[in-house]
Structures are given as C-alpha cells and as structure tokens.
Design a protein around this ligand. Structure first.
Ligand SMILES: O=c1ccn([C@@H]2O[C@H](COP(=O)(O)O)[C@@H](O)[C@H]2O)c(=O)[nH]1
Length: 235
C-alpha cells in the first residue's frame, strides 16, 4: 500500500454502473455505512451522475469519476479544469503521454487525484493485437506506468495481477487502483485479468474497484460486507 488510507472501507470502491441516479441512490442507501467510496462511470455520468457526485460528496462519501478522458492535450486540460471543481477525489484519463500532461496541467492546484488507465482489464494480449498494438499486456502496462511516473499523475489503473510490475516502477508515492476484482466463485463477465479481493490486497493494491459482484448481488449489502471481511483479513 502507498499513501496511508485511514479508513479500511476506503480500500473498496463500489462501481455505480446503473442507468439512473435513482438506481444509484437505492444502492447507496442499501449499502449504508458498509461502503464509503463510489465510482461513477459512463452509464451514470451521462444520466445525471455529475450532479450525483455533489450529493455524495455532501453526504461525506468519496467519489471516483471514471471518465477515462482522452483527446488532444488542450481539450483534456480544459475538461479536467472544468471537473476539478466538483469536489471528487479521483478522475481517470488514458495513459497516453499527451493526455496525461494535459490532465496534470488542467488539474493545477486542485486536490483532485488523477489516475492513468494503462490497459483495460477486459483486454488480453489478443485484444491488444486486434487493436493494433505490438505489445503484450504486461509490456504495455510497464511502458505506460513508466510514462505516468514522470508526468505528475497520482496513480495507475491496471489489473491487480500487474501490481508487482507497476509498484517496482512507481514506488510507494503513487496509488494502484484495480478493477477486475472477483470474489471466488463470482461471474467473471467481460473481465479477463482478474484477482480476488484478498489476492489484490496481498499484492499491494491501494483501492479495489468492484461493480457487478456487489450491485447485481441479491443482497448488495451482504456482498459488500463479505468483500470487506476478505479485505480486512488480507490487510
Ligand atoms: O481497466 C479498467 C478500467 C475501468 N474499469 C471499470 O471498473 C468497473 C468494473 O466493474 P465490474 O462490474 O466489477 O467488472 C467498471 O465500471 C469498468 O468500467 C474496468 O473494469 N477496467
């Protein structure tokens, strides 16, 4: 683990991948104090989720805005500058050098932490080949972590399976944030590079991003509590 995370609950970030803010409110209220950190991605951000961020922040929750920004540097700078007043804790951009530099410039002195997405956890080597890359996943993650380290980016998004590679490059001053987390026995879905919550914590991940295993569970609160138990036992 890197920077001290005071509240163990903050290690688990629940992905609110639901179509409406009413669905999101229902999950947040079901989870109650079992979850303290929420991620808002495409589904919700484009359906009123940016307003929801302010509500969550006002209620003392932490918010990760997973917009994975990627554009010419100037546009990224302006986009990040607009978002940096929302009071959210984390924001993603793709780990391209121009994009990362633009994001750091746009963030300026704001408290917002910027995360660079290296290689999506639903990708394997074949998917990268199909997308025109000549690198294996691990080599692309390594290259992008090296590039992120020198840009002023605060953390890396990768699979927990790459924690050792990334930690060797970025040291203890940058966050490692990992989607693709699956409790033993839960459906993998479209994720290809997965680890269990316990494995991820033992590997040295800072924050685990977990969506469907919680939000699609018959009892989301019980699912989150069980994952938190696994995180606590491995910490
Ligand atoms: O490489 C990445 C980057 C982001 N994500 C996001 O994390 C969650 C994972 O949800 P699950 O339901 O637990 O699979 C989702 O919002 C993705 O957009 C990722 O999976 N991989």
């Amino acid at each position: 683990m890197t920077q001290k995370i005071n509240d163990l609950r903050d290690r688990m970030i629940v992905a609110l991948d639901v179509p409406t803010i009413w669905d999101a409110y229902r999950i947040v209220s079901q989870l109650g104090d079992e979850a303290s950190f929420y991620k808002i991605g495409y589904a919700l951000a484009f359906a009123g989720g940016l307003q929801l961020t302010q509500q969550l922040v006002a209620e003392g929750k932490k918010v990760f805005l997973d917009l994975k920004l990627h554009d010419i540097g100037n546009t990224v700078t302006e986009g990040v500058a607009s978002l940096s007043n929302l009071g959210v804790d984390l924001l993603t951009v793709h780990a391209y050098p121009q994009t990362m530099r633009g994001a750091v410039e746009g963030r300026g002195e704001a408290a917002l932490k910027l995360l660079a997405v290296t290689a999506l956890t639903s990708y394997d080597d074949g998917d990268l080949r199909d997308a025109g890359y000549g690198l294996a996943v691990r080599d692309l993650v390594r290259l992008r972590a090296e590039q992120a380290r020198t840009t002023g980016i605060d953390g890396i998004v990768c699979s927990a399976a790459e924690t050792e590679i990334v930690r060797d490059i970025v040291g203890n001053d940058m966050l490692i944030v990992t989607p693709g987390i699956r409790p033993a026995g839960s459906a993998v879905g479209d994720q290809k590079r997965t680890l269990t919550p316990g494995e991820a914590i033992r590997a040295g991940v800072d924050h685990l991003v977990i969506g469907r295993p919680i939000i699609r569970a018959a009892d989301p609160r019980a699912a989150a509590a069980s994952i938190m138990d696994e995180i606590a036992a491995a910490s």
